[in-house]
Design a protein around this ligand. Structure first.
Ligand code: DGJ
Length: 721
């Protein structure tokens, strides 16, 4: 049993393998009692929890009370988790605990991506039912606790049982009141081509927040924060992760109050959000996945990796080895024809590559990025015999065929736009701001989604496709829809995301044999919501190996390695002009979902040999990289090096990658201390064949060879004897 309820003390104790989360109902309010290292389920909990909150000297009890889903307007002046306006204009609600339910397993979330169970025994779900008698609002707080993962999935459902419409202005997915403020916040910030930069700062009285107002989760901030003790590091200390399973605008914030408590909350960005709840309607928030680690940041990441790889990602490819691909984007951009593509595929086949991906430029009249999005039929100038013919020619080289699409967009210069100028997100009478000369299709409207579903279904059915790269290359501006009345206009950004999820659900169900990779100008929508439909993501438009060290390191804070797309590209690198050795480019890309994104015909014979070896090596290490436990060893944000190790579940195999950015003169060879190995095992190291004790590798480490030149790298394989 993972959830215990004590009727006497009104305590709910949620337990996973190393974690406890405790809620106590105090005077009808669900209060946050504890979250952290696992506690025994003893009667003493009652003594421990209650007195602190029944402090008679506190004149405004709510303002200091640690709560589970706080409201505004009744004496708590901190950021609330929700706010609802009544038909009479008032914004006061008081949620009172009415009932609870403990459910085996985990119910599905209506229309939203969420972690799941395959067997009822994997988790239990607690549902707390809260009522606001005056308005008829009922709120269900849902907590799923997993027996084998130190994670809780939280979400909230609003149900209207009253008689007059309500307006929800704020509906966050989770709020946790930590009992002190001695914490730091870690998060991932960035920009296009520079995603997932790790930031960490101390919490002080006031707000520390990240958000997106862009309609997508964004390059700028990932929908994730971790709160940790100042002494917590990669391997030690208490770390609390909050990750939102959502692909639209979000807010994650920590507020340190006057009494030095810390309220952490995450959910749909309340900015520009409002939702009308008519009598009988309900509203479901996205899910927040909260992870506790007593073993530092690395422990948190490994919990997210396993949970998201095995119980968020779905479909045939969840557990399958992912193909090594070659993509023609950086090889040709828009300038290609069937012959060129076939020749690149042939060059890929010689190296042992498994999948060819035809990127942007195959449809409409698309010679650059100014036209044709929405016109999903072949450009016969480039592909006179169409996609079927090209796919067959690629298949004849021995590679599978994959295709790029950007279904959420329309170019003003397109047949689709001419026919349906009202089908894009816009506000009538206002400017329609373009980004990359394109507009966003209004996926809040079912007829727009149906059109795209049919257009894509046609291609996916007639062309022998095994892979789709689903791109999305702009943010949402002038958010409005002609398909909805005035009262619903503050719902459009969220309805867009719901519409996207609806379309993805239909397509992935209809085409289960297709591997979908999500992309949004690289990592503009690298979030758990998209991972539910597409088990891998193109991590960044930056393919430079050295930039990628940081981007992939940062992304690995939350996301499993099997989701991180990483390609070898040509030098000088197209984004930064850097010259890096092919070996290093290969080692960085092999640390993710491996592929090439360059004109393979330009390889010299020597380079061909290196690439062949890389492909062969990746095929051998692929299960370890894609499903092994990942430990970060050296942080590229802290200096001149990066290193990580992949360890098999049985700890009998491991693979270390070490990277040195700039060469240094007169340096002794240093030792690299490893992690994740079994101290009892002896490991033989490849390439040198020497045997080491696991204890020795974990404590003293291995000597790194002297590396020569800038941007160098080395790998070691370890096999237990
Ligand atoms: C942005 C993607 O991130 C690139 O990989 C490429 O597919 C281009 N779009 C194509 O327009």
């Amino acid at each position: 049993m993972t959830i215990h309820y004590d009727r006497q003390s009104n305590i709910f104790h949620l337990q996973s393998k190393d974690m406890s989360y405790i809620i106590q109902i105090v005077n009808g309010t669900p209060t946050h009692a504890y979250w952290g290292k696992k506690l025994r389920n003893e009667a003493s909990l009652e003594q421990f929890m209650a007195p602190r909150w029944k402090d008679p000297h506190n004149s405004l009890p709510l303002d200091g009370l640690p709560q589970e889903y706080p409201q505004y307007g009744t004496g708590d002046f901190r950021s609330p988790a929700y706010q609802v306006q009544l038909a009479d204009g008032s914004r006061i609600t008081e949620l009172v605990f009415k009932n609870y339910q403990i459910i085996k397993g985990k119910p599905k979330l209506d229309g939203l991506p969420a972690v799941y169970v395959e067997d009822e025994g994997e988790a239990e779900t607690l549902e707390l039912e809260l009522h606001d008698e005056y308005s008829g609002l009922i709120v269900y707080l849902s907590y799923t606790i997993f027996a084998d993962h130190n994670a809780i999935a939280r979400s909230v459902k609003f149900v209207h049982s009253g008689n007059h419409p309500l307006k929800i202005w704020r509906a966050l997915s989770a709020s946790v009141d930590f009992h002190d403020s001695n914490y730091e916040m870690m998060y991932l910030s960035g920009a296009w081509a520079r995603e997932a930069q790790v930031r960490r700062r101390a919490l002080l009285p006031g707000h520390t927040a990240i958000d997106s107002k862009r309609g997508v989760s964004s390059h700028q901030h990932n929908p994730f924060v971790a709160i940790m003790r100042p002494e917590a590091d990669e391997n030690h200390g208490d770390v609390y992760g909050f990750s939102l399973v959502y692909s639209g605008s979000f807010l994650a914030e920590a507020e340190v109050d006057q009494l030095f408590n810390t309220r952490v909350s995450i959910g749909i960005n309340p900015f520009d959000f409002g939702w009308t709840l008519n009598p009988g309607d309900s509203f479901q928030t996205p899910e927040a996945v909260m992870v506790y680690s007593g073993d530092g940041i690395g422990g948190m990441s490994r919990t997210y990796h396993k949970l998201y790889r095995t119980r968020l990602a779905r479909g045939e490819f969840r557990d399958k080895e992912r193909p090594i691909l070659v993509n023609n984007w950086e090889a040709t951009y828009f300038n290609f024809d069937a012959e060129k593509i076939e020749a690149i595929a042939k060059a890929g086949a010689e190296l042992g590559i498994e999948l060819f991906v035809l990127d942007d430029g195959w449809f409409g009249k698309r010679d650059d990025d100014t036209t044709s999005l929405g016109d999903w039929y072949e450009d016969r100038r480039k592909l006179p015999n169409g996609l079927e013919d090209l796919a067959e020619r690629v298949k004849a080289t021995g590679l599978q065929f994959g295709l790029w699409v950007e279904p959420e967009m329309v170019s003003p210069e397109s047949e689709l736009y001419k026919k349906h100028p009202d089908w894009c997100i816009h506000v009538e009478g206002r400017r329609r701001s373009l980004q990359r000369t394109q507009s966003v299709l209004d996926f809040s409207r079912p007829e727009v989604r149906d059109y795209i579903f049919n257009a894509l279904s046609d291609i996916f059915s007639r062309v022998p496709i095994t892979y789709i790269k689903w791109d999305m290359n702009r943010y949402l501006t002038e958010i409005g829809s002609e398909g909805w009345p005035a009262d619903n206009q503050t719902e459009i950004a969220h309805r867009y995301v719901l519409g996207l999820y609806d379309l993805l659900e239909r397509l992935t169900t209809k085409f289960p044999h297709i591997l979908f990779e999500s992309c949004s100008s690289g990592g503009g929508r690298f979030d758990p919501g998209m991972l539910y439909y597409m088990p891998q993501t193109w991590t960044s438009d930056t393919t430079d190996a050295i930039e990628r060290l940081r981007i992939q390191y940062g992304t690995s804070l939350v996301y499993p390695i099997s989701s991180i797309g990483a390609h070898v590209s040509s030098v000088p690198n197209h984004q930064v002009g850097r010259m890096t050795p092919l070996k290093t480019r290969g080692d960085v890309a092999m640390s993710g979902n491996f592929g090439y994104e360059m004109d393979l015909r330009t390889f010299t014979d020597d380079e061909k040999e290196i690439a062949k070896q890389q492909v062969a090596m990746y095929k051998e290490i692929r299960p370890l990289v894609q499903t092994g436990e990942f430990y970060r060893l050296k942080n590229p944000f802290n200096g001149n090096e990066a290193a990580w190790i992949f360890v098999s579940e049985d700890q009998r195999e491991a693979l270390v990658f070490y990277f040195k950015v700039l060469a240094e003169p007169h340096m002794l060879s240093k030792r690299l201390v490893l992690k994740g190995l079994n101290p009892e095992f002896n490991y033989v190291l490849e390439p040198d064949g020497v045997e080491y004790g696991g204890d020795q590798l974990l404590a003293a480490g291995i000597y790194l060879p002297k590396l020569h030149g800038d941007y160098s790298s080395v790998w070691f394989k370890l096999k237990a004897q």
